[in-house]
Write a new protein. Structure first.
Length: 641
């Protein structure tokens, strides 16, 4: 029942995310549509440009809008984000020293538990174990954030909490609290600019959609007086979505300190000498910045062209001063676009920078070309070691490689062109020139699609807390290609399965690559490059966080539950008061125990009749209350089983 309720509560969020993603896609899609139609007035090509631009960028928009939702609606987002930055910068180098608070030892212990599950394709049971460990880490980070940004001292903190607070006082706590205030103030300005950008984008979208509808015969046949019924909702959603994208992009630039980070990195490289690589990276940085500025101007010019050439949707729009849509709108749109372009240029530069960075290991120091060669050689060696000749000559796999891969490349190139068409109507600039600039920019941004990154090796702490997002490689065209080619994939898997029966049987789970008989499921996963799932079982002797942390963890979860469910009561006041009293008693018991009896206390709390009383009514006679479910889940959540 609890899972069912949670899913119901998430429906409005999923609907909002879906609507806003569609809205953001509409802007890009109709810009591509209009750009293609202006370049070559063929309706089928315009629709193809619309589809290709949306298909590849839709997933990226979804992730960005999710990021904006988290920043806008997640409680204490900024405090938690800055606390992670603080952990990354100030985590003690020696957690075994006497001066190090116990919390850092517990956090490190929990990180090492998570390490066992990292970079593995896990089965369902192991995924559940990993999720539980990650939940505990998340709780630790949120609890730590409360201590870093504590506004007033609690009356009697535990020795565990007091130790950490004392350490924080001597490690820049005041400076980070000031940083939080500055960041909150900056985010308010960003929010205001995002609302302004959303307003102008919503207004500009009406011109954009009218322009597109005018050349679609089926829609053009509808009386113009009815168009607002369709266009107004689309423009409102598109404007709101654009505001979300702007907010997420600018706040990411601020949080990640993107510009300053890459400037510092380049400056440090140049200070070590003028090598060929350093000069190349500097030239590339200047080139990408120039492209970003040029693309911004072209984007603003395209919106000016749309706003001045398309028919206004309402009569009152004709009475607006010409400078509103002719001057202010392009300026706001251009300022918005510069943030997108800077973020994309920084991502492109980071990808090339990491690719051009030689391996740190002196014995295996390789450049990007040597690494690429090594990766191809490793794949061929693996095939040679694990397949017999009949498997290697799989005709269906060869056919797939000769069709699916070229089609992916063609669709991707079509996507680059479709995105380039969104900024190809700058007055005074030939369409082919502005489109070429956009193609180069988008090509750099999406180069990871075909070229693997030389990801730097991270420590456990960096891997957990680093705020930089990985590239999203999922895209609709590739998914559709795989669906359409699924009969070929099945035939390739069947051939591989039957041919593998010729391989000698292997004893046990040998780690040495060698030919072996495959089941049809294994062969299917192999053709789709789905790795085999593994189960990770933690040893019973594996070190766990201390009993003191278990107590703090339990108390923090109870206090969080109290605030969420009992701070504002609409009905059932008397029962709610009884539950609060019982939760206070439970917290006192937990504080008084030494930690070893925590499991017994929580087990006893499950039988407390007060927690099982419904404040309103129950749909079913045996339906548990939210408090009852919370208490029942506590032992597993805090590892007090």
């Amino acid at each position: 029942m609890a899972v069912y309720k949670k899913k119901l509560k998430k429906i409005p969020r999923y609907f909002s995310l879906g609507s806003l993603t569609v809205g953001a896609s509409l802007i890009l899609g109709f810009l591509s549509f209009g750009g293609m139609y202006a370049l070559y007035p063929a309706i089928y090509l315009a629709f193809a440009a619309f589809g290709l631009s949306v298909a590849y960028e839709g997933e990226i928009y979804l992730q960005n809008i999710k990021g904006a939702f988290k920043k806008l609606f997640k409680k204490d987002y900024l405090e938690n984000h800055l606390a992670k930055e603080y952990l990354l910068e100030h985590f003690p180098a020696d957690t075994q020293s006497k001066e190090c608070p116990q919390f850092f030892r517990d956090y490190e212990t929990q990180l090492k538990l998570l390490e066992e599950f990292n970079h593995k394709s896990l089965n369902k049971v192991s995924r559940k174990r990993k999720k539980q460990i990650e939940k505990t880490l998340g709780d630790m980070e949120k609890w730590f954030a409360l201590q870093v940004f504590m506004t007033k001292e609690s009356k009697k903190p535990s020795a565990y909490t007091a130790e950490l607070r004392e350490w924080l006082k001597h490690h820049e706590q005041k400076e980070w609290q000031a940083r939080l205030e500055n960041r909150q103030s900056t985010f308010k300005y960003v929010k205001g600019f995002s609302i302004l950008a959303a307003t102008f984008m919503g207004l500009g979208s009406t011109y954009l959609i009218v322009e597109a509808f005018s050349v679609i015969p089926l829609i053009a046949a509808i009386p113009f007086a009815l168009w607002p019924i369709f266009i107004v909702p689309m423009s409102v959603v598109a404007g709101a979505a654009y505001g979300m994208l702007i907010y997420n992009t600018i706040t990411d630039l601020i949080n990640n300190d993107t510009i300053n980070k890459w400037y510092t990195r380049l400056r440090n490289d140049l200070s070590q000498g003028l090598t060929a690589r350093n000069m190349l990276m500097t030239a590339l940085a200047v080139f990408l910045v120039s492209l970003a500025i040029t693309l911004t101007v072209c984007t603003a010019g395209t919106w000016w062209t749309v706003a001045t050439s398309a028919r206004p949707l309402f009569e009152w729009m004709k009475k607006m001063p010409s400078f509103v849509m002719g001057v202010i709108n392009p300026i706001i749109t251009g300022l918005s676009a510069i943030f997108f372009n800077v973020e994309n240029s920084a991502s492109s530069f980071g990808m090339v920078y990491e690719a051009m960075t030689p391996d740190k290991d002196i014995n295996t120091k390789r450049n990007v070309f040597q690494r690429t060669y090594r990766e191809i050689a490793d794949v061929l060696t693996h095939v040679w070691d694990t397949e017999n000749w009949l498997q290697m000559l799989n005709p269906f796999r060869i056919l797939l490689k000769l069709t699916v891969t070229p089609l992916r490349i063609l669709l991707f190139l079509g996507h680059l062109v479709s995105v380039a068409l969104t900024s190809d109507r700058m007055p005074g600039v030939p369409q082919i020139v502005s489109a070429l600039v956009a193609i180069i920019c988008e090509g750099f941004e999406d180069a990871h699609y075909f070229m693997g990154l030389n990801a730097k090796i991270k420590t456990l702490l960096e891997e957990r807390l680093d705020s930089e997002e990985d590239h999203q490689d999922a895209d609709i065209p590739t998914f559709l290609l795989k669906v359409l080619a699924s009969p070929l994939y099945f035939l390739a898997a069947a051939w591989d399965c039957l041919a593998s029966k010729m391989n000698p049987s292997t004893a046990g789970d040998s780690q040495i690559p060698q030919p072996k008989a495959l089941t049809l499921t294994q062969a299917w996963n192999k053709q789709l490059s789905i790795p085999d799932e593994v189960e990770v079982v933690l040893s019973e002797q594996a070190k766990r966080p201390s009993k003191e942390w278990q107590k703090e963890h339990t108390l923090s979860l109870i206090e969080k539950y109290e605030k969420k469910h009992f701070d504002s009561i609409w009905f059932g006041d008397q029962i709610a008061d009884h539950k609060k009293d019982e939760l206070q008693k439970l917290k006192r018991e937990i504080r008084q125990t030494d930690g070893s009896a925590l499991g017994g206390i929580l087990e006893a709390a499950k039988k407390n009749a007060v927690f099982n009383q419904h404040r309103l009514f129950a749909i079913r006679e045996d339906e548990p209350t939210a408090t009852q479910e919370f208490i029942a889940e506590l032992p597993e959540r805090v590892n007090a089983l």
